[in-house]
Write a protein that binds this ligand. Sequence first.
Ligand code: AMP
Length: 283
Amino acid sequence: MRVIKTIKEMQANGESVRASGKRISFVPTMGYFHEGHLSLMKRARQVADHVVVSIYVNPTQFGPKEDFSQYPRDFERDAQMAQEVGVDVIFFPSNEEMYPEGYQTYVDVEKVTKNLCGMSRPHHFRGVTTVCCKLFNIVKPHNAVFGKKDFQQLAAIRRMVVDLNLDLEIIGLPTYREQDGLAMSSRNVYLKEEERKSALTLVGALKLAQKLYAEGQTDAALIIDKAKQLIEAAPFTQIDYIKICDASSLEDVHRIEGKTVMALAVRVGKTRLIDNSVLGEEI
Ligand code: AMP
C-alpha cells in the first residue's frame, strides 16, 4: 500500500492506473476508521481493480465553533486497517496542498443542502461538495463509495455529479451499526459511558417511527412527536432536528407517501450525532 501526499503524484497514479485499463474505486474519509469505513473499502475492493482512500479532515466543512481541531486522528492505526482490507493507495494531503494561498473556488449545491443539517451548519455542505469535487479530479476514480449514514451528504454529492456532469458512479451503502444499534461514527469516541446510553435513543426513535409506519401511521407530525418524546426522556440529549422528508428533494412532508426518510440530529452531551432511515426499510 502506498501513501501519497501530493496532488501531482495522486493524479499521475490515476493516469497510469487508467492507462493500464484498470478501474479505480475511491472512498473519501476524514479518517479515524471504524467498521463502517471498512465496509465501504471492502465494497470498493469488489467493484474495482484499484482502491484509493483519502484521509483528510477538511477544514472548509467545519463551522468556527465546531470540532475541527479536536476531531479524532490516528494515521498509523488507519493505515494499518486500510492495508488489512486491501486498499492500494491512501491519499493523505496537507491543508496547504488542498487549499493553497489564493484559493477561492467553491461548489454549492443549492437546494438539497438547505434543510436538515444545512439549517444549523450553513456552510457545511459547500465544504463537503467542494472537497469531494477536488478529490474526484485528483484521484480520477470510476466510482466513489459513500455511506447512507450521511444521507444528506450523499444526496448533495449525487446532485453535484449529475449537475456538473462528473464522469463517475456514486455508490451508497447502508449504515453500519454497533451490536446495540448505535450508528458507527468517529465521533462516538467523544461519548462518556452514560451519554452512550442516551445516544441509543436515536436508533430507538427511528425504530419507533418504523413501527408506527408499519402499523399504518402516515401523519409525519405525529410520528415526529413520539420520537421527540422518546429522545427527550433520556438525560444529556438536546434535539437539533427530527424530520420526515421526501427522500430525493429532502423537503419536509406532512403525510408519508412515496419514498420518505426520517432524519435526526441530536446533541448528546457535547457530541452531535446524526442518524436516519428510509421509512419501510429495515434498520
Ligand atoms: P467520515 O470519515 O465520517 O467523513 O465518513 C467517511 C465515509 O464513511 C462517508 O461516506 C460516510 O457516510 C461513511 N460512514 C461513516 N459512518 C458510517 C457508518 N456507520 N456506516 C457506513 N458508512 C459510514
